[in-house]
Design a protein around this ligand. Structure first.
Ligand code: AMP
Ligand code: FE
Ligand code: FE
Ligand code: ZN
Length: 283
């Protein structure tokens, strides 16, 4: 039995609907999956329903954008209460900033005589957490760029003319928020950031796990983070980070996490939920 604990849908920058995602998971005979859309939990209800119908175990999740020592980090929150009021308020702020950021990116494009309409981006994105991939797709749709790659290379990559930074909270704040919502906090794709120096501080802040298996981790990178997981007694997770068909072949099914790690995650979540309800009673 295998799981994929890192997946995106149309509710952030993936191309699949929840139902399409679950159909793919079924094709790959996954026992469990987690939805980890960027800075949102909007797709969790529909994905859970589709998983129920397909006999797949659903793990609620999100991928929060955080910052530590000037580095952008992604923190996965698993088995969170997706109705938690403070979680919803805080991710609402992320989403407002993302929407304003789209307007700012479009304004910069317009200043460069690229006549993109912000409403075209919002219509295409049709979700609360729009981002650069939606701007890139709108540029291609309006024939203002030939490809998504061109849109990123010319305009949207970091320090390119239409690049606008995102709202970020510190890694410690995002870990605390995930715990507050009864969830388990995991450092996403550490091999992409190569910022191992931030790990001890995150462990101190209560980090529960580390994503050892990821499409972009080579076997030696995975081995490196498995060793780090052991050193700091962190849980082990893994996922494909599938964004649908936006980047060629869908990645779902390329990373198969043994189901025993989902069991460990659920045990930790029960502990976190118990601690969160004790602190809610105390306050
Ligand atoms: P955002 O969260 O709005 O900054 O967008 C980040 C997302 O853009 C990432 O999750 C990737 O899916 C995508 N992305 C970032 N850089 C590139 C690139 N050079 N080409 C294509 N997609 C990219
Ligand atoms: Fe993404
Ligand atoms: Fe990420
Ligand atoms: Zn992701």
């Amino acid at each position: 039995m295998f799981a994929d604990l890192h997946l995106h849908t149309q509710f952030s920058d993936g191309t699949y609907s929840p139902e399409e995602l679950v159909a793919q998971a079924q094709k790959h005979a996954l026992a469990a999956l987690a939805l980890t859309d960027h800075d949102t939990v909007e797709g969790c209800v529909r994905t859970a329903l589709a998983c129920d119908a397909a006999g797949i175990e659903f793990v609620s999740g999100t991928e929060l954008t955080a910052e530590q020592d000037g580095n952008e980090l992604h923190i996965l929150g698993y088995l969170i209460d997706t109705q938690n009021p403070r979680l919803l308020t805080e991710i609402g702020q992320f989403q407002t900033v993302r929407q304003n950021r789209v307007r700012e990116m479009v304004a910069r494009l317009n200043q460069m005589n690229v006549p993109l309409d912000a409403e075209a981006v919002f219509t295409l994105a049709n979700c609360r957490a729009p981002g650069r991939p939606h701007v890139a797709r709108a540029l291609v749709q309006a024939s203002l760029c030939a490809s998504l790659d061109e849109a990123f290379e010319r305009f949207l990559k970091k320090n390119r003319p239409a690049w606008v930074p995102k709202h970020k909270i510190s890694a410690a704040e995002s870990i605390e928020l995930i715990h507050h919502a009864g969830g388990v906090a995991v450092m996403a794709h550490p091999g992409l950031n190569r910022t191992d120096q931030v790990i001890p501080g995150m462990v101190e802040a209560g980090l529960d796990g580390i994503e050892c298996f990821h499409t972009k981790h080579s076997p030696s990178t995975s081995a490196h983070y498995l060793e780090i997981a052991q050193r700091y007694s962190l849980l082990i997770t893994g996922g494909s980070d599938c964004h649908g068909i936006s980047k060629g072949k869908p990645l779902i099914g390329t990373v198969k996490l043994p189901y025993e790690h989902v069991e460990r995650l659920k045990e930790r979540a029960s502990e976190r939920k118990a601690a969160a309800s004790v602190s809610a009673l105390a306050s």
